[in-house]
Design a protein. Structure first.
Length: 578
């Protein structure tokens, strides 16, 4: 592939672009635009920012991703989790909605974009592998609960704050008596309408003869109906005078292009938050992109995705936006609407720009409670209780990671939750790999297979001990292996051979090599020969670069069966032959 096409994937797909693709992309763009307008406004409010920043974050970032991204259907823009993380980080510096708070949000996008782009240049796409699925599931589920809880104040028309679930509910309870009844009715009505449309609109539309695909797309645009109805109601009956908080004036102009200005200390203070936003955003985006790509037999380049998301966030930072990433809901709509290329994203950006010029003035009376209802319905899908149940049944370590991440996210904060989740994952990994399964195996009667000696019909010889190690050998488990081998060999008076069966060993590092040498020497002192079997070629080749094989008291066998055959046939005293 030419270098220019690797840098700008646009050059690759643009050569094949035709009228049919344009029609499909236009249809997808219209559908996503209708969905994105209320979502962008709602997520900006979630981030504690003026509503227009959500729209601004849905223009230039989409065009930038179109140029550099590798996914044909990923839809980039504001998402709930990243909006929450932005709100949390920016609130540490300045009050939500203030001029400094806005600058911090833009700066987070700039730092995040620079980090992602740099990672793309350095080919660091593999970093997504270090964020385990249980940690992400626990974090996103907890974030969904936290986001929904944070929006209850808008549904009730009261003042409340807090960064943790406990703080939010404490604040809500203390201000519950201040509930604005009219706001609660508007918000509750919008919530019920949105839930009903999501739950039953597809079935109703199908019953009316609407094709399945069209019914699904129309149901995804349901927030537009809720926005229109509640805005008209507030405007007609002047419910704003009854205490219903409205969006108010939104500038019907495109953003100025500028770089956020902050002091050096503030830039340094938000650096860690920007790194977490980058990591979470990339993991979420690459997961969505790969899921959709598989359905069309396409491929995703993780390093190019870093470049695409980096460019999108850089574009957001200089155009009055805040951090963005690929969202599952809008990407799924983009996919289902038939988007063929990233041009659908660029066309969506044009649609948002037109909406700012033509539709924004009509959103003056849009109640904030409706936007909160939109957020709550959207984040319901983030809470994955089923994943917790599956993890409990399948792997207690994964369950532990999920619970720790979710609990700390809910009770302490977003940043602490994700960091502790990552630490917990690595801690459990090292705990597991430092105590690998090491079992004595014997020959299964009538076969050439070797199984745990505790099984039925498994035979062993008193002179031969075979231990199978089910993990690669490295510094963290080297001493454990020594202990296990010597413990198994102890008090076996007739023992003449110890065989380490290395079927699952993909690597032996320097510390493990020293341990193997120590095992060899200690067994040799007891008149016992030490053998290895079923070493993988790359492992054997690496051992050959040291003097270990020369000093090995026993042999290296290609198979465990051949080792057993040869050693069991020996008549001489092995100790005398050493």
């Amino acid at each position: 592939m030419p270098k220019a096409e690797r840098i700008l994937p646009l050059l690759r797909w643009a050569r094949l672009y035709n009228r049919s693709m344009l029609v499909d992309d236009l249809l997808a763009a219209v559908t996503v635009t209708l969905m994105l307008i209320p979502q962008s406004l709602a997520y900006a409010m979630l981030a504690g920012l003026p509503p227009q920043m959500g729209l601004y974050a849905s223009i230039l970032p989409l065009i930038a991703y179109c140029l550099f991204g590798s996914s044909h259907t990923l839809a980039v823009g504001p998402v709930a989790v990243i909006s929450l993380m932005t709100a949390t980080a920016a609130a540490q510096i300045a009050e939500a909605g203030s001029a400094v708070n806005i600058e911090v949000a833009m700066a987070l996008a700039l730092l995040s974009g620079a980090m992602l782009a740099l990672m793309g240049v350095l080919r660091f796409g593999f970093v997504a592998d270090f964020m385990s699925h249980p940690v992400m599931t626990g974090f996103i589920s907890a974030s969904g609960v936290l986001i929904a809880a944070s929006q209850l104040k808008h549904l009730l028309g009261i003042s409340a704050n807090g960064q943790s679930l406990v703080a939010i509910f404490d604040s809500l309870i203390r201000h519950l008596a201040d509930t604005n009844t009219v706001t609660a009715i508007v918000g509750g009505g919008a919530l019920a309408l949105l839930y009903g449309l999501r739950r039953w609109s597809v079935a109703v539309l199908k019953a009316l003869g609407v094709p399945a695909r069209a019914a699904l797309l129309l149901s995804r645009a349901a927030p537009i109906l809720a926005v229109a109805l509640t805005t008209v109601l507030v405007a007609l009956f002047r419910l704003d005078q009854e205490g219903v908080a409205i969006v108010g004036h939104i500038p019907a102009t495109l953003p100025d292009i500028r770089v956020p200005t902050l002091s050096k200390d503030v830039w340094l203070e938000i650096l860690s938050a920007a790194a977490l936003i980058s990591l979470v955003g990339f993991v979420e985006s690459i997961s969505v992109a790969q899921t959709l790509a598989i359905r069309r037999r396409q491929s995703i380049d993780a390093n190019q995705e870093l470049m695409g998301l980096g460019a999108a966030n850089l574009a957001a930072s200089v155009s009055g936006g805040y951090p963005v990433t690929g969202g599952f809901a809008r990407s799924a709509v983009n996919f289902e609407a038939g988007a063929q290329t990233p041009a659908a994203g660029a066309l969506t950006a044009v649609g948002i720009a037109i909406a700012i010029a033509l539709l924004v003035p009509f959103l003056y009376y849009l109640p904030q409670a409706t936007l909160s209802a939109t957020i709550i319905i959207a984040v319901l899908t983030l809470v994955n209780i089923r994943a917790f149940r599956q993890a409990w049944r399948y792997d207690k370590s994964d369950f532990t990671s999920m619970v720790v991440t979710a609990t700390l996210t809910l009770l302490v904060g977003v940043k602490q939750g994700i960091l502790c989740g990552i630490i917990c994952t690595f801690g459990l990994y090292f705990a597991r790999t430092s105590r690998p399964r090491c079992v004595e195996v014997g020959l299964l009667s009538g076969t050439r297979e070797f199984q745990d000696v505790r099984g039925d019909k498994v035979g062993v010889l008193p002179t031969i001990l075979t231990l199978r190690i089910d993990e690669s050998l490295f510094f963290a488990n080297a001493r454990f292996l020594e202990t296990q081998v010597m413990k198994a060999a102890a008090n076996r008076c007739d023992l003449k051979h110890v065989i380490l069966m290395c079927t699952s060993v993909n690597e032996i590092d320097g510390s493990a090599l020293e341990s193997l040498a120590a095992i060899n020497d200690r067994l040799l002192d007891g008149g016992i020969r030490f053998h290895l079997s079923e070493l993988k070629p790359q492992v054997l080749d690496r051992l050959g670069r040291s003097d270990f094989l020369t000093l090995l008291s026993g042999s290296v066998f290609n198979s465990q069966f051949s080792a057993l055959q040869r050693l069991s046939a020996e008549k001489d005293d092995p100790a005398a032959a050493i």
